[in-house]
Design a protein around this ligand. Structure first.
Ligand SMILES: *Cc1c(COP(=O)(O)O)cnc(C)c1O
Length: 385
């Protein structure tokens, strides 16, 4: 085995997939309610996505940002028109999109005042693994081995307006936030909290950054979660589902946050034609008439079914979620990992998360019959605990 020991893996080697299903090397089928952690929004081997990638591979895979390329310009336009009309920078991953957002916030602050470089982020947030994003991630368990961290970060309690208010000052250049926390167990912001955060950012001339790497791209039943809340950020970061499985990240900035100039930031692969063509295909599918409404309906159906399970079970503590981003939290003496493993054995892929939660993140093209199968498998798995 030549791989570094960086992941706790389920004991399966996956070789192919179709729709909401994946198959391992022994031919066993799994219903995929992980979607590569909210990545495979169109499921596996979606014909439109496969066709677009094949076609682009035959034309131009990479050319660097020394030149313009058509898919990059088209995807930037789609992202801008479907959000708040901002400008777009392409990265390759979620953590990189967030690193770009951090640099933008720092530059924005420096332009205003010498010491305006502080960034506030939430306890229990998750923003990625590179040093800047790791520092923004308010979880000491991920940070400790890699100290010293990046200076200038401070943390507030999620959904606590008073705590955030106490930490705001003229030295703050940005507030960093997941509208729905993913990795820590699917914890939605309250509308009031986002509205108050927006007001505080305006009052202190700080940028509001929404990390929608997990909750964006149709997951909640609107293209981006902020659109559900009606609170618009200055910077939006996106990745995971954007390429439907092809690595890509993006940062979208409003006019006032559009501070980067040539030489400030860049990446060799960011915005390459192959990844952007995939992104164009994904956004076009997600914005088709009725698609997102359907995600919302399927999500409501799944949540109702899970609520039924909760009623009958004394180990399910709470069901939380919006659209097809759903967390099932278990009581303390039951391990979420054990439940995820039981589901795996029964042919259902789900993701353990913080707060003793298991995440259901099915592809957005999931069918009602498949939701029924997942619910049945979960019910069986819980019986065996
Ligand atoms: C996964 C995730 C990231 C990191 O994305 P990578 O592509 O793994 O770097 C950042 N923020 C949120 C909210 C995430 O869920």
């Amino acid at each position: 085995m030549y791989l570094m020991n960086t992941y706790n893996r389920f004991p399966a080697t996956l070789v192919q997939g179709k729709g909401s299903w994946v198959y391992d090397i022994k031919g066993k089928a799994y219903l995929d309610f992980t979607s590569g952690i909210a990545v495979n929004v169109l499921g596996h081997s979606h014909p439109k996505l496969v066709e677009a990638i094949k076609d682009q591979a035959e034309k131009l895979i990479h050319c660097s940002n020394l030149y313009w390329n058509l898919p990059q310009m088209e995807l930037a336009e789609l992202l801008s028109r479907n959000t708040f009309g901002g400008k777009v920078f392409f990265a390759n991953t979620g953590t990189e999109a967030n690193e770009a957002a951090i640099k933008i916030a720092r530059k924005y602050g420096r332009r205003k005042k010498e010491n305006k470089f502080k960034i506030l982020s939430a306890w229990n947030s998750f923003h990625g693994r590179t040093l800047g994003s790791l520092t923004a991630t308010g979880q000491p368990k991920y940070q400790k081995p890699f100290e010293p961290l990046v200076p200038g970060f401070e943390y507030f309690e999620f959904n606590n307006v008073e705590d955030l208010k106490n930490k705001m000052s003229d030295d703050v250049c940005a507030v960093f936030l997941e509208p729905i926390q993913g990795e820590s167990g699917i914890i939605p912001s309250t509308k009031e909290f986002l509205e108050e955060t927006r007001k505080l950012c305006d009052e202190y001339d700080a940028l509001l950054i929404f990390d929608e790497v997990q909750c964006g791209m149709g997951r909640t039943g609107s293209l981006f979660a902020y659109q559900k809340y009606g609170v618009v950020p200055d910077i939006l970061t996106v990745a995971k589902g954007l390429g439907g499985g092809v690595p890509i990240g993006a940062v979208i900035v409003s006019e006032k946050a559009n501070v980067l100039e040539p030489g400030d930031h860049g990446t060799t692969f960011g915005g390459n034609p192959l990844a952007c063509r995939a992104g164009v295909t994904v956004i076009k599918e997600l914005t088709k008439e009725g698609f997102l409404e359907d995600v919302e309906r399927k999500g409501n159906y799944l949540i109702e079914e899970l609520m039924e399970i909760k009623k009958q079970s004394d180990i399910v503590k709470e069901i939380r979620g919006v659209g097809l981003m759903i967390g099932i939290q278990f009581v303390e003496d039951v391990s979420n990992r054990e439940i995820a493993m039981k589901c795996f054995e029964e042919g259902l892929l789900v993701v353990p998360a913080g707060n003793n939660t298991v995440r259901f993140l099915p592809p957005l093209i999931v069918e009602y019959g498949e939701i029924d199968i997942a619910v049945r498998i979960l019910r069986e798995a819980l019986k065996k605990i």
